[in-house]
Design a protein around this ligand. Sequence first.
Ligand code: SF4
Ligand code: SF4
Length: 151
Amino acid sequence: MSDDAEDAWYADGLRFECTRCGHCCTGEPGRVRVSIEEVRALAAGLELAEYEFLDMYTHRLSSGGFVLRERENNDCVFWSTEDGCTVYANRPRQCRTWPFWRGVVASRRHWDAAARGCPGIDSGALFDAATIRETSESDGTSGTIPDVESP
Ligand code: SF4
Ligand code: SF4
């Protein structure tokens, strides 16, 4: 374990197990970033050319890069009520690394705030601090640490 992870507030590890409730794929507007490598994999999985995939399923950010489109109700374009994530095998890194995002593991307060919308947080498998640190350092997000209200 690195010195940083040993010193982190989550030095004893954190628990997480997805219940597949779908809250993080639906409801509130969000930004699921996709790298060009992820675009290639997603396009191949859907048997589309990359430009077709970009045109059909993404928006370009003014700051650069691409995010997945959402439907009018803010659901991710790949969410299905019946089947869950319809691109699960190729889902973007941002979806794979939740909840160990820099902006979530920044503090106990940020973690607890995220837990209010994600029933998988603080249950299930224990992840060690080194894994959490390594995941958060390459989480696929912008790395922004949000303001959160005190409990
Ligand atoms: S909100 Fe949490 S438990 Fe629900 S689908 Fe998303 S990651 Fe899984
Ligand atoms: S790509 Fe899949 S896991 Fe990621 S937000 Fe969309 S439906 Fe959810």
